[in-house]
Design a protein around this ligand. Sequence first.
Ligand code: C5P
Length: 315
Amino acid sequence: MSSAASVDRVHVRAPGKINVFLGVGGRHDDGYHALATVFQAVSLYEDVIARAADEFSVTVRGVEGADVRDADAVPLDDRNLAMRAAKLLAAAADYHGGVALEIRKSVPVAGGMGGGSADAAAALVACDALWGTGFSLARLHELAARLGADVPFALHGGTAVGTGRGDQLNPALARGRFDWVLVTSDEGLSTPVVYEQLDRLREEEGALADDPPLSLDVPIPVLQALRSGDAVQLAASLHNDLQAAAANLRPDLEETIRRGIRAGALHGLVSGSGPTVALLCGDPESAQAVQTSLQQDGRDALHVHGPVPGARILV
Ligand code: C5P
């Protein structure tokens, strides 16, 4: 691989996601659970700017106007997923320089919307362009899957079915645009803790229940609803197996969903491992009304839409 930098600055934007459907099966020996999920990328973005440098470094800040309170809590060392992505790509490409990464966050930290995964996907694309690595999308996807279960989707974007650990992706046909209102929280939730809570709740439910399957599928009605572009149909199929676990840790989440529905949302669910709540609305106007109503209640609500593209270079 070439070690000559072809440009000295690359700006990449990658989206946050909602899990429109999230089925969680049994836990494999590696600690990961079998998933069948449908991701949708939404118009809330992480921006990563990569600049040529001899060493690896990362800075993080919330975008002005964005509701990101915990940007300071994001680690700036090798625990940072974007930093790990850059180092993984450098090792794979036998590149001997470094990179200075600047992350501008809009996706809530530890919010269940894949913000860290978006940073990692953006860092892969940015460093590939900065260093002139020239890896194929398939190769970047393979590196992405090594960084985390949600990272391949942040590369891919749009609407996609994820199986395996959530990293085996197949595009899903989705017509039109879906309007969502996101209700963010002051305090994040740790993804591993939410999965552990699910295991605990399942254990308590006890001996009568069947073991969760080690392979599972997305129900057909979810895919049909996406294909039809019909928000009412999709609202009827929204489901998240992690919701009970997240709500057990954060009892206010169920009330937020009820409040959103009372304000006019078609339905709502916890996004991924939470605590962000995603409320599906019938059109942009009703989403606007739901957002305003929740804000008047003192909640932090954002109107976004999906699907949007995955990590891409901005010119
Ligand atoms: O892959 P990622 O780092 O995003 O996953 C964070 C944590 O979420 C994992 O360490 C694991 O505890 C849990 N997880 C899981 N099963 C999955 C995906 C994530 O148990 N399919």
